[in-house]
Design a protein around this ligand. Structure first.
Ligand code: FES
Length: 139
């Protein structure tokens, strides 16, 4: 990486407050090939998510919420589909009304909205991961 690139990336890390991110939500929306929900529904959910995270002040908070629009999360059924990390909580039927609950109950209060959860795969911290694999080299 050139010094100019490193400087640009460091600037973006600060601008986007990457170090402040507490949770990251990925939402399947505006897909090339909409399979899990009609394209308009995904777009409406994405638009709502962006608007509400801004309104709630969660995009620039000390413990910020990061959002990413995904082209497909490979479930392709009963969408829009979303996943929230680090909990690894997968949601189906993510309409604006469901997103509001996810915002309030999960993203802010840390309680997944079980009614719409279909899978959970929490991401562990690196110490746990190392302990689980014995901390040695894989052979
Ligand atoms: S199109 Fe939404 S999960 Fe594949």
């Amino acid at each position: 990486m050139t010094p100019e690139s490193a400087e640009r990336i460091a600037y973006l890390v600060e601008q986007l407050r990457i170090r402040n991110i507490r949770r990251h939500i990925f939402l399947c929306a505006d897909q090339t090939k909409p399979e899990c929900a009609p394209k308009e529904e995904g777009r409406a959910s994405w638009k709502y998510l962006k608007k509400r995270l801004e309104e709630l002040g969660l995009t620039r908070a000390e413990n910020a919420i990061y959002r990413t629009k995904a082209n497909c999360l490979r479930i392709c059924h009963q969408g829009p589909i979303a996943v929230v990390y680090p909990e690894g909580t997968w949601y189906h039927s993510v309409t604006p009304a469901v997103l509001e609950r996810i915002n309030q109950e999960h993203l802010i209060e840390g309680r997944p909205v079980q009614e719409f959860v279909f899978a959970e795969n929490p991401r562990g911290d690196s110490e746990t991961d190392t302990a689980d694999c014995g901390g040695g080299a894989h052979t």
